[in-house]
Design a protein. Structure first.
Length: 357
């Protein structure tokens, strides 16, 4: 029986297209949380579930990998970059990167680093674009480029190939820099490429990873994964930095259990493949509708399109989604592990109705 103070305040059958953060929690994760809830376990990561997570992460990402659960994606990025950037260091990123646009200056304010944003056409850095800002080494008047940060999949819904990541890693390492991967949607990216989690990370030369879970059906569970231990100047640096950056969870067993669940038996792949398939179904449903222009073919679980502004405003009253570019009228529609074919068909029908109106 539900607690008498709690009643359902929303329609559980309604789903929109604003963000994969809007989705619920995987049923398997809810079951796991119930299982680990009984009794007491040591706090702050000294529990048996966090220990098991470490073993599983090493199996997935390599024997040298270590994992540090944190509260949220911004926290994962801050801790990751703080671990590998000196006080005088700078981070090269795409201008559209989440760390540059959507984290309210937190990486700069909390980690004390400088971002060096680069313009891109598709949200992806290239060795040529990194060269534009990765200079001034040894100049005391110039923030020292220390890290290249990329996102998989990108904020524009595009994907780096494994070869493209390797090229950026080789360049960064040749310059004495590190490569950070913001993997808020790494599961989506790996599923779309049809590769393992290790292929576009450890084996491609990534040094440190922000591993996302919330966008994939977890309840506020993210992690920092150190793939190359040689990047840390102290064996406990990750523990201290996580605490300093206010990302140490006392009841960590609940975060670790969720990550354990999604990493077991390729649960992450099944949910991601479904979200990708739904994005492609949505693109196919609207591509020939007069008044709609897809701005790029979906590579992951995002669909970008341009609509008349008045249609967007009316449609948003029926389904939540975001305007991506106010100047052009471009919008973004996100699909999730729980998006259904009915959701897609109903949304496409609503779009046609508003265009006809």
């Amino acid at each position: 029986m539900p607690h008498p103070l709690i009643s359902r305040l929303h329609d559980p059958e309604f789903r929109g297209f604003a963000s994969d953060n809007y989705s619920g929690v995987l049923p398997e994760v809810l079951e796991a949380l119930a299982i680990v809830n009984g009794g007491h376990q040591r706090a702050y990561g000294a529990d048996v579930y966090t220990e098991a997570l470490g073993d599983l992460v090493r199996a997935q990402f390599g024997d040298a990998a270590s994992v540090y659960p944190v509260f949220n994606g911004t926290g994962a990025n801050i801790v990751s970059l703080d671990l590998v950037t000196p006080r005088w260091g700078a981070v090269v990123c795409a201008r559209t990167a989440h760390i540059n646009v959507d984290e309210c200056g937190a990486p700069e304010k909390i980690a004390g680093l400088k971002l060096l944003p680069v313009d891109t056409e598709d949200g992806k850095l290239t060795p040529e674009s990194v060269e534009q800002v990765a200079w001034g080494f040894g100049d005391e008047h110039h923030a020292q480029p220390a890290v290249v940060s990329i996102t998989q999949s990108t904020e524009l819904g595009t994907l780096y190939t494994v070869e493209e990541i390797r090229a950026l890693a080789d360049q960064a390492h040749a310059l004495g820099m590190r490569l950070h991967l913001d993997g808020a949607r790494l599961f989506i990216g790996a599923a779309a490429l049809g590769v393992s989690l290790r292929d576009p990370t450890t084996d491609a030369g990534v040094d440190i990873l922000s591993l996302g879970g919330t966008k994939h059906g977890l309840m506020g569970a993210e992690a920092v994964v150190v793939l190359e231990p040689g990047i840390l100047d102290h064996p406990q640096r990750a523990l201290f930095v996580r605490k300093l950056d206010a990302q140490l969870n006392s009841k960590m067993r609940f975060s670790s259990a969720q990550l354990l669940t999604i990493l077991t038996d390729d649960l992450w792949r099944r949910g991601s493949e479904h979200a990708i398939a739904m994005a492609r179904r949505l693109a196919d449903a609207v591509r020939d509708v007069e008044g709609v222009r897809l701005t790029r073919e979906p590579e992951a679980n995002a669909v970008f399109a341009v609509l008349p502004a008045e249609v967007t405003a009316r449609l948003q009253e029926r389904y939540p989604f975001y305007v991506w570019d106010e100047a052009t009228g471009e919008v973004r529609w996100m699909c999730s592990f729980d998006t259904t074919e009915h959701d897609i068909d109903a949304f496409a029908a609503a779009l046609r109705e508003e265009l006809a109106a």
